[in-house]
Ligand binder design. Structure first.
Ligand SMILES: [Zn+2]
Length: 402
């Protein structure tokens, strides 16, 4: 079936370019006027594709194409329309425009589907005051409307609890969710493989680690008498790096925050705090790593005491095996090179996967770059990605999923 890459290009540039900062990237934050402008443009394109357009209380946008039986649950396709500050044109917007292209091709070829097909453009996927994947979490009912402090956050964006409540959908009305997205890593690009099929999305675990020693005078305390927690923390950080490499990919660990107290040039710190973030597709591997960190902390020990405090433990999300199989078969039948992979980044698909069968299709990110103006995916790869998406939808229209 003929995907029109020129149309994809035109539509993506029309919507995805909105929010371009002069000489820089795209800043189209959730609930900004740039987002609103892009939403308007998208709604226009959706209407031209004869979709029935609706919005919800948190400014997610839906466009529905009827099926032969509108009592059947929808096949939902899409991604998010917001960006990070100074981001690229592909992250999010590509998945929405890819979904629109699927509709346009089905319309052109007069192909009816049994199930209705719904395009979705989620709002507030990127982290903001309101939390990441906000729009999709609301839709599937994962956002607690009574969460502490939510009222104030919603108020910043001119919304209230009722807007959240009325946006929750009955997920029985969604048969399957598919999201085409840029990989945001160098894996596919380096190997020259056009399609990645993730089996799951990384879980995230964060520990706050406190190293305690003894603050003292930086001039009068000889080296042999110091109980410097920063030295202990440094040793532990080296160990963390070694342990994570030893356990092996896809496990990653990052220490992006470290603070020494009192934080003065002429005082040996008394306390050092840092946060280690671990991501993997398998929670057990994360636990194994943390246990090893604790053992290392114990043996580094000496005069330095280490405390580990669990801050966040978001388990990994597995995508639907049958959907993965359908995507894989779509690649095989067209002899398209593909790789089974995992997603290191969070996505709206993670929210949807909690409630409905969900699959993702990755296309390569040039040099693995994303969340920056250099973000790029070749049009040829995009065309291949949309072909796989279209084939997958047609196949899913006639299979039962469990
Ligand atoms: Zn994204």
């Amino acid at each position: 079936m003929q995907i029109n890459i020129e149309r994809i290009k035109e539509n993506l540039l029309k919507v995805g370019e909105i929010g371009r900062v002069e000489g820089g990237g795209i800043t189209r934050l959730a609930y900004s006027k740039e987002f609103e402008e892009a939403a308007k443009e998208l709604i226009d394109l959706m209407k031209k594709a004869n979709l029935e357009v609706t919005g919800d209380g948190v400014q997610n946008i839906f466009g529905k194409r009827s099926g032969d039986n509108n009592n059947y649950p929808s096949i939902m396709i899409g991604s998010h329309l917001d960006t990070v500050p100074n981001g690229g044109i592909f992250d999010g917007a590509l998945g929405v425009i890819a979904a629109l292209e699927v509709i346009n091709v089905l319309n052109e070829k007069n192909i009816r589907t049994r199930h209705p097909i719904e395009i979705v453009a989620f709002n507030a996927e990127e982290g903001s005051a309101i939390g990441g994947t906000f729009g999709s979490r609301v839709v599937v009912g994962l956002q607690d409307p009574y969460e502490d402090g939510l009222i104030e956050k919603l108020d910043q964006y001119g919304m209230n609890i009722n807007d959240v409540k009325k946006s929750v959908r009955n997920t029985a009305g969604i048969k399957v969710f598919l999201e085409l997205h840029v990989e945001q890593g160098a894996n596919l690009y380096e190997k020259g493989i056009p399609i990645g099929i993730p089996t799951g999305i990384f879980g995230i675990t964060r520990y706050g680690i406190v190293a305690k020693g003894e603050a003292n005078h930086a001039g009068t305390t000889p080296m042999r008498l110091r109980k410097d927690p920063l030295i202990g923390a440094a040793k532990l950080i080296i160990e963390i790096n070694r342990i994570v490499k030893e356990i092996g990919e896809p496990l990653v660990a990052t220490i992006g925050v470290i603070k020494a107290y009192p934080g003065t040039v002429n005082v040996i710190p008394g306390t050092v705090e840092f946060i280690v973030e671990l991501r993997d597709i398998d929670n057990q591997r994360i636990e194994e790593a943390v246990n090893k960190f604790k053992n290392s902390a114990h043996s580094i020990g000496g005069d330095i005491g280490f405390d580990f405090n669990l801050l966040i433990n978001k388990p990994p999300t597995m995508l639907n095996k049958e959907v993965i199989e359908v995507i894989k078969n779509a690649c095989l039948s067209k002899k398209i090179a593909h790789q089974i992979t995992v997603s290191g980044a969070g996505h709206d698909a993670k929210s949807l996967a909690e409630k409905v069968p969900t699959g993702m299709i990755f296309v390569p990110s040039k040099d693995g770059k994303s969340h920056c103006p250099e973000e790029w995916t070749d049009w040829e790869s995009i065309k291949t990605g949309v072909e796989v998406l279209l084939d997958t939808i047609i196949k899913l229209d006639s299979v039962e999923l469990y």
